[in-house]
Design a protein around this ligand. Structure first.
Ligand SMILES: NC(=O)c1ccc[n+]([C@@H]2O[C@H](COP(=O)([O-])OP(=O)(O)OC[C@H]3O[C@@H](n4cnc5c(N)ncnc54)[C@H](O)[C@@H]3O)[C@@H](O)[C@H]2O)c1
Length: 244
């Protein structure tokens, strides 16, 4: 018996990095999964695996109309949405004075406004289902500052705050919301931005190592499942990144 049997999950940014690992594990745990991303070819290939309860929708999380269409697709394919993993995000590697206003707004639009739009779009479906779980992927950078991440930091702190608002507003309806704050995880994002094991996020981590995506997935499965039925508005951090 899977830990996510009967769940209908939307996972954004589900084509590569942590999102792809979450999606595969969700399917293995019995969930029906709609994964979304900008990367069409890779997404089609992932969702085409025979026998799996998964489909792929091309979607930009900063597009409000796209969110409504996505929820409709999910409902038609599998029924009301009961889990939303707001995972899609973009990184940053520029100090404050080199960050243009356009770049700042682009990052906030995806990492922060995308999470706002996603929660708004999915909650009516969760209400129809009689409850649900929202897992918002923030970052250790949603708890402490990181050099070269002025917009990223702002967006991830916002995700942490929005999660608590929604948790407080919807607890009485059986809709939970928690935020996940990974430290340094080895993914295409960290490779793209040229972070290294000498990055402060690794150096300052008591474990003195980066993590693999699978080490975050276990937590996301737990938060999506009924095992975490008394967890809402909480922050989960790994690696002890902000413990010191
Ligand atoms: N890797 C880390 O060390 C780390 C640490 C803390 C938090 N995070 C967060 O975890 C999440 C996943 O990160 P990752 O490292 O797996 O990144 P990744 O770049 O490997 O994967 C992110 C996915 O999101 C997609 N995406 C980007 N913009 C999008 C948009 N506008 N609409 C839809 N999809 C979009 C990308 O195409 C990609 O498939 C992000 O929110 C990131 O900020 C990552």
């Amino acid at each position: 018996m899977g830990r996510l049997n009967g769940k209908v999950a939307v996972i954004t940014g589900g084509v590569r990095g942590m999102g792809a690992v979450h999606a595969q594990r969700f399917v293995a745990e019995g969930a029906s999964v709609v994964l979304t991303d900008l990367l069409k070819d890779e997404g089609d290939a992932l969702a085409a695996r025979p026998g799996e309860k998964a489909c792929f929708v091309v979607h930009d999380v900063s597009n409000a109309a796209g969110w409504d269409a996505l929820v409709e697709t999910a409902q038609e394919a599998f029924g009301p949405v009961t889990v939303l993993v707001n995972n899609a995000g973009v990184g940053q590697g520029t100090p404050l004075l080199d960050t243009t206003e356009a770049e700042y707004r682009r990052i906030v639009d995806i990492n922060q406004v995308g999470v706002f739009l996603g929660m708004k779009a999915v909650i009516p479906s969760m209400r129809r289902a009689g409850g649900g779980s929202i897992v918002n992927i923030s970052s250790a950078a949603g708890l402490v500052g990181i050099p070269g991440g002025i917009a990223y930091n702002a967006s991830k702190f916002a995700v942490r705050g929005m999660t608590k608002t929604v948790a407080a507003e919807l607890a009485s309806e059986g809709i939970r919301a928690n935020s996940v704050h990974p430290g340094y995880i080895v993914t295409p994002m960290t490779e793209e931005y040229g972070f290294s094991l000498d990055h402060p996020a690794v150096r300052n981590t008591p474990m003195r190592r980066a993590a693999q995506p699978e080490e975050v997935t276990g937590l996301v499965v737990y938060l999506a499942s009924d095992e975490s039925s008394f967890s809402t508005g909480a922050e989960f951090v790994d690696g002890g990144n902000t413990a010191v």
